[in-house]
Ligand binder design. Structure first.
Ligand SMILES: NC(=O)c1ccc[n+]([C@@H]2O[C@H](COP(=O)([O-])OP(=O)(O)OC[C@H]3O[C@@H](n4cnc5c(N)ncnc54)[C@H](OP(=O)(O)O)[C@@H]3O)[C@@H](O)[C@H]2O)c1
Length: 325
């Protein structure tokens, strides 16, 4: 068994969740963390028993012993962090949203493919057992034709211009950070939109704090997708078919149960107990691909991430969501 040396760029909240889950994997060794602050890197390294800490992001890509870098900085920095790692020949798992726009992602994909280096977006939901089960049921065709997808992700976040979700410089706004999950599940199950209808509302700081989206997709499937910082919502995904529906229970993007409701039958619940928080599944996929000499995951290929970014760009254009780029 090959053991891979991992590094983390960005010592924030999600980096901690990921570090905890990585420890569950016998073929992963978390060797280094890089932060813009050497003090924050040291504290993080101490908390998660990481032997090396760097006080700048650049030092991570220069470390020859690191095989895979997990990028957990705020999204305006994903492009530069990922680029420097790819150029240094490191495999990269980059948090969602991959980049701020499709133009940035086009460039990263071009570099990864040209240099034959592994690159994947850290949409952990794709690799959860619940999502895999949903795909299995959809592909079986047992529920008949798919008609609609409803998915939402909302929570009340009181207005605070210093909070990253209300701060444009930190990539604030609900669409890219939160709305990406409903968009993701819709495109995973029904493909990219042919037509988009959407509207957004804005906070004082200029960030979008709610966005409602309708996708018209192939085979006449229509998705209704909502994200909001203004109200709590069920955070469920429901996939409707001629002969029943599948509900990915709250919170649909995290490890959790799904229920199949077949017409005239009792609902069937599937549960998927987890050892950790669920982030190890995506890390497992990265190492499975590297073991097999792959530079993209067949389960979450770069073209799929490009499709997501294209939709986010189009929604932004229609709603007037800008970041000065
Ligand atoms: N997959 C998921 O479930 C999930 C969940 C949440 C977020 N995310 C994504 O992950 C990325 C980071 O989100 P996050 O929630 O982890 O953000 P966060 O906690 O605000 O951390 C982001 C960055 O801020 C810096 N930072 C952390 N603590 C700080 C402090 N006390 N003072 C100043 N700077 C500090 C860190 O960079 P340095 O240490 O390098 O300075 C860190 O990389 C975003 O792109 C987000 O969309 C994904």
């Amino acid at each position: 068994m090959k053991v891979y040396n991992w590094g983390i760029i960005g010592a924030g909240w999600i980096a901690g969740q990921f570090a905890k889950d990585l420890k569950l994997l016998p073929n992963a060794f978390l060797k280094a963390v890089a932060s813009r602050s050497s003090e924050r890197a040291k504290t993080f390294a101490g908390e998660f028993e990481i032997p090396v800490s760097y006080g700048s992001w650049e030092e991570m890509s220069a470390d020859p012993e690191i095989d895979i870098v997990y990028i957990a900085s705020h999204h305006p920095f994903h492009f530069e962090n990922t680029l420097s790692c790819l150029e240094a020949g490191k495999a990269v798992l980059c948090e969602k949203p991959f980049t701020m726009n499709k133009e940035e992602l086009d460039k990263l994909v071009e570099v990864a493919r040209r240099n034959k280096v592994f690159l994947m977006e850290a949409i952990w939901t794709r690799f959860l057992p619940s999502t895999r089960k949903v795909i299995e049921i959809v592909n079986s065709g047992e529920l008949g034709k798919m008609q609609n997808i409803y998915a939402d992700f909302g929570f009340l976040l009181e207005y605070d211009p210093k909070h990253r979700l209300y701060d444009l410089e930190k990539g604030g706004g609900v669409l890219l950070d939160v709305g990406i999950y409903p968009v993701f599940i819709s495109q995973l199950l029904a493909g990219p939109p042919v037509k988009i209808h959407t509207t957004a509302r804005f906070a004082e700081s200029g960030t979008d704090h709610s966005c409602n989206i309708i996708f018209e997709q192939k085979e006449n499937i229509v998705s209704s997708l909502n994200c909001s910082l203004l109200s709590h919502s069920p955070v469920e995904a429901t996939i409707l078919f001629e002969n029943g529906y599948i509900r990915m229970e709250s919170m649909f993007l995290t490890p959790g149960p799904i229920t199949i409701h077949r017409k005239d039958k009792d609902p069937q619940l599937f549960e998927f107990p987890e050892k950790g928080g669920g982030h190890h599944h995506e890390a497992t996929e990265v190492m499975r691909c590297l073991d097999g000499g792959l530079t993209e995951s067949p389960l979450l290929p770069l073209d799929f991430s490009l499709g997501i970014m294209e939709s986010l760009d189009r929604i932004r254009e229609i709603c007037g969501i800008t970041y000065g780029n």
